[in-house]
Every structure is written in C-alpha cells, then in structure tokens.
Ligand binder design. Sequence first.
Ligand SMILES: Nc1ncnc2c1ncn2[C@@H]1O[C@H](COP(=O)(O)OP(=O)(O)OP(=O)(O)O)[C@@H](O)[C@H]1O
Ligand SMILES: [Mg+2]
Length: 588
Amino acid sequence: MTSPTDTRRTVVRLLWPGRRSAAALALAILITTVLPLLAPQLTRRFVDDAIAGESAGRLTVLAVGYLGLAVSGQIARMLAAWLASRLAWDGTNRLRESLAAHALGLDMGYHGKRTPGEMIERVDGDVVALADFVVAFLLDVVASLLLLVGVLIVVLAVDVRIGGALLAYCVLIGLFMVRAQRLAVPAATRVRERFAALFGNLEERLAGAEDIRANGAGPHVVRRFHQSSAEVYRADRHAERLGGGLFAGTTVAFAAGTALVLGLAAWTQQSGALSVGTAVLLFQYTQMVRTPFERIIDQIQQYQKALAAVTRIGGLFAERRTMPEPENPRPLPETGPLSLELAGVGFAYADDDERVLADVNLALAPSETLGLVGRTGSGKTTIARMVLRLYDPTEGVVRLGGVDTRDIDLAVLHRRVCVVTQDVQLFAASVRDNLTLFRPGLADDDRLRAVLTEVGLGGWLETLTDGLDTVLGAQGGGVSAGEGQLLAFARAFLTDPGLVVLDEASSRLDPATEQHIETAIGRLLTNRTAVLIAHRLSSLARVDQIAVIDDGRVVEYGPRETLAADPDSRFSRLLVAAGVRRESQVIP
Ligand SMILES: Nc1ncnc2c1ncn2[C@@H]1O[C@H](COP(=O)(O)OP(=O)(O)OP(=O)(O)O)[C@@H](O)[C@H]1O
Ligand SMILES: [Mg+2]
C-alpha cells in the first residue's frame, strides 16, 4: 500500500523541472517582483526634483527611466509566466504519462467498473487542475508574497511608524479577506451543485424524451425543470449578493488604508520629517498591496482543489493489479504453435456477480483448431479473455504450451497469443501505426505491405494517396467493416503468434469481402493453434474440434466430423437451424 506521503513524493518528483530550469524560473520571478518595487523610488525623485526646480533634462531622464522600468517589468512578468507554464506543463505531462501508463496496466476488471469519461477525468482533469494551480501558485502566490514583503520592507525603511501601520493594516485586511473567502466559497459551491442538478435533470429527461412524450409526462417534466432553474437562480442571487458585498467591503477597506497612510504621510510631511516625493512613494506602495492580496486569497481556494486532485491522483497510483506478474516467469517456446488447455475453469466478473463460466475443460494440441459455438451471452468471449489473461480464472487453470498463464511473463504472453475481436478498434492514426499499434520497431514497411497483400488489402493500399502514411479517420472512418476486419488480421500476422483467438464479428459482410476474410483466416490459421468463435457456422468448416457452450458450460465437445455426422448432436441441429445444411445432408 502506498502512503499519502509516498504519492505526494511521486507527484513532486514528476513535477520537478530540474535544477537549472528551477533556477531560471526563480530568477524570472524575482525580477518580476523587484522591478515594480523600484518604480515608486523614481517617482519620489521626480516629485522632489521638480519641487526643487531641477532641469527639464534631468526630469526627462527620470521619466524615461520610469517608462523603461514599467516596460521591462511587464516583459519580465511575461517571461516568468511563459517559463512557469512551460515548466508546469512539462511536469504535469510527465505526471499524466505515468498515470496513463499505470491506468493502462490495471486489470480489465478495474476498467470494467469505470466509464471512459471517469478515467479521462481522473487522468486528465485532475492533472490539469494541478497544472493550473502550479502555474498560478508560482506567479500569483510566490510573486505576490515577495512583492508584499518587499513593499513592507521598503516602507519600514522609509518610515518605521508608517511601515508599522501598514503592517498592522495588512494583517487586519488579510484576516478579513480569509473570513470573506470562507463565506463566499460555500455559496459558490452551492451554485455549482444546483447547476449540476439542473443539467443532470435535463440530460436524463432528454435521454428519456420518447418515454416522456409517449406517457404524456411533459408538463410534469417542465414543472420540475422550472423548480430546478428557480433553485439555480436563488443560489446564484445569494452568491452574487454576497460577492458584491464582499467586493465593496474590500474596496472600502483598501481605500481606508490608503487614506490612513496618506494622512500619516501628510502629518509627517508637515512636521518636516518627510518630503512630498516620499509621501507619493508611500501612496504608491500602499496601492501595490491590494492586487497581491487578492491573488493570494484567490489561490487559497485553488489550493484546496489542487490538494483534492493530488489525493485522487495518489489514489489512482495506489491502485494495484490484482493479477500479479509472475515472480519467476516460465518460458514459452519462442516460435511455433502452442498447445492450449483449460482445466476446470470457473469465472465470475466480480466477487458478488453470477458465475459466467463453470467447469470448462478444453484441450488443444499444437496446430489444432477449436470452434466455439453458443448463444449470445453464453460465455464465448469470456473464454477468449481467460486465454489472453485479461482476467484470471476464479477456479481451475489455463495452460499455454503446458505453462499456467499465471506463470508466463505478460509481455511474452501478448507476443505469442493474438486476438482479433468482435469490434475491431482502429485509431485516428496512420495505416502503419494502426498495424503496428504504435510500435515503430515491430516491422519495416516492406513487411507491412507484404502482410496487407497477404490478407487481401493490397488493392486497397494502392488506392490510398499516402500509402502507409495515410491517416485513417477517427473511429476508423473511411474504412469499411470488412476492411477493418482484414486490418485486424494483418495485425495478427505481424507478430507471428503461436495461438490466435478469433472472436468473429457478427455483422454481415458482403460475399466478396467474406471470401477475402475466409482466405485470410485460412492463411492465419496455417500452422497455428486457434480458437475460433464463430457466429457464422459456415466458417467452422475448417476447425478440428467443436465445443458448444451454453450458460458458461461446455455442453458438447468433440471432433467436428464426429459431431457433424451425428444427427442427434447439438452441433448438427445448430447447422440445420442455421440453414448451413439440410436435415439429411452429411458433412464430409
Ligand atoms: N466485462 C463484463 N463485466 C461483467 N459481466 C460481463 C462482462 N462481459 C460479459 N459479461 C457477462 O458475461 C456473460 C457472458 O458474456 P460473453 O461476452 O462471454 O458472451 P458471448 O458468448 O461472447 O456472447 P456474444 O455471442 O454475444 O458475443 C454475459 O452474461 C455477459 O453479460
Ligand atoms: Mg462475444
């Protein structure tokens, strides 16, 4: 179990930009703070010199100096902002990558319980919240604190009494603003909650629009919508009033502070201890106090959000695989077909869920092929998942090449076993990346072309303007269902697996494409062990054995020829029912 400090350390380690970048950023922030602090010094000179009747030339130099200071202050601030956001994004990208890698490695069971939206929010949303905070923290909190301290020091140096008054005033106003924040935050939270309820309501009603209309529930739904909107309005009005009041209060407080300092300055000036220029200087410094205060207070709320994000990120990092990697993995033959055995396999997707597989016993010698048939939901895909070790069986053993899958290194397993699933996943990427699944070293272009030709996509490749570099649309747009299937076969050829699992698509393909696919399957199965999950019984003509699955159990199992020859077997009856064969016909 990882402790909170461990995860915080992990997060900090990933965010840390390196010593040189950190030093550059610190310097930029320091310059950003020091330059504005110098400006009032110039104004004081200007005022005092003007009163003393100095030459216009000297005054111009001072004015130009002031301008230069203002411009370089802005440039420094821009640089610091650029540097801070670059470093924060670099760091958070590292964090995001390692989170994504971690999440991808988690059990399928973990992912089964979460929607893609939730995972995106956890991997990306929290990291963005953190990145935003890191940038704001460096620019607003650190820079503002430095500025505030700088102002206090300078004012104290100019006049201890006024400095002391300013310090006391800052403490008071700080306390006031923290209190104000405490009042405002719950109101803002309430508004967000009301909005979430309203949208949730709306989404649900829109999704159920057909039922609502059919049942004449429209007026009721509209009344509920009206109520939700009214609650949003009330919450928002409350928050606005509060916010407005607090803003006015803060403005008055700052004005009072300025008046106080000005009054003190005027009094000291009259007693001769202070020049007019210094009074202007003090005025400018007190004006500089407000913005840093506001920025810091704003960030208190962000800080809480970021803290929550770090906790959730830590939670994700703390998730462990329940399917451990073997400590002493046992080797599989590097090449050639693999045997497969399922011995007494039972499985349920979650502890409290119904059993999906019970006492499944199947055995395939190397190069043998097995056809799995059964009604939808009978457990065929689940058996395929056991073979790929996407889940571990709750009972029994799955052996590949005589080795328990739990003792096989996962990378080796995924190299030696390959699956073509019911819904082929294509990516919005080049044909090359879609074939190699983004592994550049997997195969050179000649091999990719050869494989595409082998599965019957040679002609298709020639029609593509950019060849292997052609980017397929998102969700495989521009690729037909049949071409998608063939691309998936090509993927399988590339890794040269010892065992293939084909979870056949149930979608209907045109006869020509079907013929291509049949040919491709024929080639793919040559000298390989295979499990074919077939919806079209016609594609089972090539398999050696048949297992009929019903409700997670093997209800019939044997050589295909024997089962097909026995008119009373379930398989024969299925063939007849599917119209593959007439009642009396005997399969060769
Ligand atoms: N990820 C999952 N989490 C929980 N239950 C699941 C999951 N996947 C499948 N099931 C359930 O397990 C049972 C078997 O499903 P499976 O997908 O193995 O059936 P199948 O034989 O492949 O069906 P089809 O012919 O429709 O592809 C079904 O009752 C299904 O609802
Ligand atoms: Mg299935």
